[in-house]
Unconditional design. Structure first.
Length: 283
């Protein structure tokens, strides 16, 4: 399975925000790993609607924090929050190539949309100043029925006519926690924290899992299908998912995520810079 990039105009801030409190929990756990950099420069890759970027800016006590996202709809919510050193702009995080160095590169639940994490993390490290910090959180829930069944249904007829050459059958870009730890070491990060954490969310019912995935995972399929076909896909996915989960109220939804933090101390032990790369993605 692969987290295929989603067009920026496919994102719906209202749908995404339905579970804002639950989605924010890993952000605050990641933020707790970040050491403040008073007067420093921070970038938030995949800032979304910006509320959490404000918290990042305040926590870091940065002189300037830049949030970038490819969704105009998300940024429309973020832009009113700009000021006092905080700014937002449209940008493709998959093509991020720092023209200046940052004290902190932060990416919460966004890099799963970008392929080739080996080269991606090397490229992000090149955007850090000496002793700079990298902080990343990526979902790792591809084996949960909420995600796995979406890709299975996408192979059924008629949906496979639209997704057959898309994400199905491709490898996920998300590594195991131990591979991220190895990669940080290879790049030149000294102190590091890499952990897999299971977040438990008590939803009103198992049907709410459909609403959760509509805000994120299902967007890749929605962007590939005509509206009437996606409506059929959504009905079929909901049917399959509730067959597996059962109709429970409330429902305890478990969601695995990988939290990654490191401080850059030296150049790569195996390849000082790593080859330049250009990738595509979506926050």
């Amino acid at each position: 399975m692969n987290d295929r990039p989603v067009p920026g105009d496919a994102w719906d801030p209202v749908q995404y925000s339905r579970f804002a409190a639950e989605r924010a929990r890993p952000f605050f756990d990641l933020l707790a790993l970040v050491e403040p950099c008073p007067g420093g420069q921070v970038i938030d890759l995949g800032c979304g609607t910006g509320e959490l970027t404000v918290r990042l800016h305040d926590h870091c006590r940065a002189d300037a924090t830049l949030g970038i996202d490819s969704s105009d709809a998300m940024l429309a919510k973020a832009l009113p929050l700009a000021g006092n050193g905080l700014s937002f702009e449209v940008g493709d995080i998959g093509r991020f190539g720092a023209t200046s160095r940052f004290d902190i590169v932060f990416a919460n639940a966004s890099l799963q949309w970008v392929p080739d994490h080996t080269q991606l993390l090397r490229r992000l490290a090149r955007g850090l100043r000496p002793n700079g910090q990298l902080a990343v959180q990526v979902p790792a829930n591809g084996d949960h029925p909420s995600h796995a069944l979406a890709f299975e249904v996408a192979q059924e007829s008629p949906f496979g006519d639209y997704t057959g050459k898309g994400p199905v059958g491709e490898a996920s870009p998300v590594f195991s926690p131990e591979r991220y730890a190895e990669l940080l070491h290879e790049i030149g990060f000294g102190p590091q924290v890499v952990r897999l954490q299971v977040y438990g969310h008590e939803l009103a019912s198992s049907a709410d899992v459909v609403e959760w995935t509509r805000g994120t995972t299902l967007l890749r399929f929605q962007s590939q299908m005509p509206p009437e076909v996606f409506d059929q896909f959504l009905a079929r996915y909901s049917e399959r998912l509730l067959e597996v989960l059962g109709r429970q109220a409330p429902y305890f939804y478990t969601f695995k995520r990988i939290l990654i933090w490191g401080r850059l101390e030296q150049t790569s032990r195996s390849n000082p810079a790593g080859p330049a790369t250009s990738t595509r993605g979506q926050a």
